[in-house]
Write a protein that binds this ligand. Sequence first.
Ligand SMILES: C[S@@+](CC[C@H](N)C(=O)[O-])C[C@H]1O[C@@H](n2cnc3c(N)ncnc32)[C@H](O)[C@@H]1O
Length: 321
Amino acid sequence: MESHPIPYYVKLRRELEYLFGEHVQVGQDRISVGRRTYPVVDDVIVLTEFDPNERDKNRVIESFGREWAAFSDCKAEHIGEFENYFDLVNLESLHGKKCADFGCGMGRWSQILLERVEVDFLVVVDLSEAIDVARRNLRKHDNVIFLKADLEALSFRPDVIDFSFCLGVLHHIPGGIDKAARNIAACSKQHLCYLYYDLDNRGLAFRTIFRLANGLRCLLSSIERETARTILSHLLTIFVYYPFILLASLTRLIAGSGVGMPLEYYIGYGYGRVRQDAYDRFFTPVEHRFDRRRITEIFQNLYAEVMISKEPPYWHFLCRK
Ligand SMILES: C[S@@+](CC[C@H](N)C(=O)[O-])C[C@H]1O[C@@H](n2cnc3c(N)ncnc32)[C@H](O)[C@@H]1O
């Protein structure tokens, strides 16, 4: 008689029921939640199917699938970046809590979080093939639920997640952030978010350089061939990122910190980490930007409290109900 391995979600069935508020049945390669059945591929539950009508969203998702396949490993720099993003969060308070990483990519922040905190369970969600990379990267943990799902169609039970984070995701949604932000708020008691800033704390020169770079992004993001992207990402790193990083380092040496030079965030970062962001910045087809006022406006409608960090990356902020 043929013997099957025990499906990954057998031991997470209760957690899934808690999340969806419906009876869950776990099969070999599918899961039933109430009356709906979803395929499970390599431990990833596929909640959202590909919709050919969502052209712009598909371009974004396809680009990220490729990006995270090319940059799949957690780098040394990510540890410091994690500290920057989570500066407003009391990590101690997350022990034993139900957490979620919305738009997890390859799962770098989840990896670091799980090394520091013993959460009850962690749900990681991404619509792109990056979710498969996250599955591989988080293989040593057995309390992670992997969902291939669209944040614009997310429907968990209200307030089922104690703490969620969504870092660098919502500003890439072609139709705007409202729907996804509402879905996340509906299920999260506390939420950490990072949205690209609108350069509202920068001067004219900085804004002009950014506009030029953004024009280049609009051109380059239509390039599909991966070899061309790889070559260009090297060239951008060497001839765009590094000259600015060098200038920022020299300025810091002479004038001290606080001058606010472009790309000074990357001072001391290794080549691979810088190239990853060069790829991200120049090949992602959709990006929206937000100033502090707009962030406060949107998120105060969803949460009782919104705290925007004064520190980079701009703007990351913590919301509480
Ligand atoms: C810039 S990456 C950030 C990934 C991760 N948060 C990080 O910082 O490493 C944005 C991620 O959001 C995902 N994403 C974009 N739109 C999404 C949507 N509508 N639903 C789910 N995931 C989405 C992309 O697939 C991509 O992996």
